[in-house]
Design a protein. Sequence first.
Length: 347
Amino acid sequence: MKKLIIFLFITSFFSAQKTEKIKFNKNIKNEFGSYRGFMVLDQRDSQDIGIISSNSEPTKIVFENEDVAKGIKDWFYEYNSLKTGDQLVLMLEKIKISETKKEKFSEGKLELQASTFLKKPDGYYFLKKKDTVVTVTSDFFPNMAQNLSRKTTAVLADLFQKSYTAKTWQISLQESELPNYTAILKSKAKMTNSTDLKDGVYEDSHSFFTNNPLSGYEIKTNKQGIVKRAEKGYDVKSIHRFYAFVYQGKMYKMVPAGYAEIKKQNEVYQINVTYDDLFPPKSGNYTVYGAIAGGLVGAAIGAMIDSGRTPKGTGGELTLIGLDPLTGNYILPEDFGKQTAASTDKK
């Protein structure tokens, strides 16, 4: 009798558990071209997404369609019709939602990794990658389950939209190589293998890591030797408009505080900066106009890192920060910026 009661209790608990469905309902219409086909590859280690609080109640996150590949295909075909061109491929690598209990609130976290490729007769060509972590807290978003479910859809929709206009990496991959595509692309990238760096400016991370600078632009400095602009005849562009540049054989990455030298070690690209160099605090001394987003830098930036050195007054210790060749994003250590916050609290 006891076993029956326990079984009925467990059964009723799971049947009564709340669920929040990830619905693919955002507009993902391709306004720039067409494809002859669309395919979804689900390479996730686990099909379970996670359980998180919804107004203090544990809620299981699920896809609206249990067959996620079919659900995403239906979503794509709702907004796009097949015509001509190559086949678009979406590869899901990780979708996890978790919760961490704090003293007075809970923190919900979405971890999403997905990539897109063009499938051509001779193989797969990388387009775009999302490697995103989104956090919310229950004190601001009591229904964290709904919030992160909607963010999952938003991140995937953004990946679609960015893929439609992305430039392909001209490195062919076989389907068997896709699970290890990151390492393969990094090892074959032109910048990784280049020993002859030519001076030039790079619009985005793709052009930088494939060693494809803008043609005809010449880098100009001021009287102090600080790089300020790039010129092509009468066309003058501020250096802050670019992702990176190469000057006198050295690589530099634009950051909100100016630019920092890129060091390469064993196919890893790093810059040595402080937290405030990447995330400057707003103050009366200067204001940052524009910020790094998706690998691109905004227009006018406040201070300058003179010849790769950190300007006086920036907070935190110098830290080596990696650059992801496939996204252009920073690879930040988990404790990055915590010392800055701690020292600020003590003042």
